[in-house]
Design a protein around this ligand. Structure first.
Ligand SMILES: Nc1ncnc2c1ncn2[C@@H]1O[C@H](COP(=O)(O)OP(=O)(O)OP(=O)(O)O)[C@@H](O)[C@H]1O
Length: 330
């Protein structure tokens, strides 16, 4: 009898001490991935984020089995994706950043060609329908818009009904409507049990979709966890503009607030761990002095703010060689 429980408990992706070096040893080479650990559970949507050149694509390629690591190990569905490619490849789907399909082929011909290279478990028309390209099946690839090509890349990654789907910046070049459609589809696939590893530059995309995420910077994972965990210790932000100092607004010093206050001209920014309490005090003060706070905006920390702060902190720590500067994605 097949022991399904042990394979279900096994993570979909397990990465330990992963390293990737381009070029020779020594100063002429470059360490793009510097010993990272990641665990992606079955059925989870995991987002790999990072600053430009952080090493996301280099990491994805190692996990996809497209290259051999310089050091460390990768397991996908319990196998080494590079050495045991024949076992792993039929069970995964890869949406590359540039699919590079022949431009003279039609959409349907591309699907048929690609289908022959995968397990072909999903009919071509079904895959095209999932990404909204069915009515473009007779159009040549070269005539597709950039966004339609991206969706074709995604359709091709879905042909084998993959257990693990790799999406490298899936919504780059898509208009907001197409992006929303891709998000819906990714959520549906996840709901059906597909494990998804996603890289993206859109932090909103990660915030919308990811169960967990890791942020990479200069070849290392600098923090990770659920979106809530990553933004947990980040302050909320209140911004507003004070009125000109004249008439009854002569004395405009703010009351003592549990916040870090910064001012740029009349524009004030408060960073506070207690959004509601600080906002209440601020509004009470404004009402008491009959002050109109221009362009008032109050918001909880977002992934974007956390990301920017984490990248800046990691840069400040640049000279040290600590493998995990803030936390771990495990
Ligand atoms: N073939 C290569 N030879 C040498 N260096 C490379 C090679 N490919 C990538 N790099 C370098 O490795 C680093 C990581 O690149 P990678 O493409 O993995 O980062 P990324 O996080 O995907 O970046 P981006 O978000 O900008 O696409 C970069 O500094 C890049 O210049």
């Amino acid at each position: 009898m097949k022991n399904s429980s042990s394979s279900e408990q096994q993570p979909a992706i397990e990465v330990r001490g992963l390293q990737r070096r381009y070029g020779p040893a020594g100063p002429a080479g470059f360490d793009a991935v510097r010993g990272i650990d990641l665990t992606v559970r079955r059925g989870e949507l995991f987002a790999l984020l990072g600053t430009n050149g952080a090493g996301k694509t280099s990491t994805m390629e190692l996990i996809e089995g497209l290259a051999a690591p310089t050091g460390g190990t990768v397991q996908v569905l319990g196998h080494d994706p590079y050495r045991a490619r024949a076992l792993v490849r039929p069970r995964i789907g890869i949406m590359l950043q540039e699919g590079g399909f022949p431009s003279e082929l039609t959409v349907a011909e591309t699907g048929r060609t690609w289908s022959g290279l995968t397990s072909g478990a999903r009919p071509v028309d079904e895959a095209l329908d999932l990404v909204g390209l069915l009515d473009r099946r007779r159009v040549r690839v070269k005539q597709l818009s950039g966004g339609e090509r991206r969706r074709l890349d995604l359709a091709m990654a879905l042909l084998g009904r993959p257990e693990v789907l790799f999406l490298d910046e899936p919504s780059t070049g898509l208009d907001p409507e197409a992006r929303a459609a891709v998000w819906r589809l990714v959520r549906e696939l996840r709901a059906q049990g597909t494990t998804v590893l996603l890289t993206t530059h859109y932090l909103e995309e990660a915030q919308e979709l990811a169960d967990r995420l890791a942020i990479m910077h200069r070849g290392r994972v600098v923090t990770g966890g659920t979106v809530a965990q990553v933004i947990a210790d980040r302050p909320s932000r209140i911004t507003f503009e004070l009125p000109e100092r004249h008439g009854r607004h002569q004395d405009l010093s703010l009351p003592p607030l549990d916040a870090e206050v910064s001012a740029e001209g009349r524009r004030i920014t408060l960073r506070t761990p207690r959004l509601q309490a600080t906002l209440t005090e601020l509004l009470g003060w404004a009402a008491h002095h009959q002050i109109e706070l221009g362009g008032l905006d109050a918001r909880s920390a977002s992934l974007e703010e956390a990301f920017l702060a984490i990248a800046a902190e990691a840069d400040n720590d640049n000279d040290t060689d600590t493998p995990a500067l803030i936390g771990s994605a495990r």
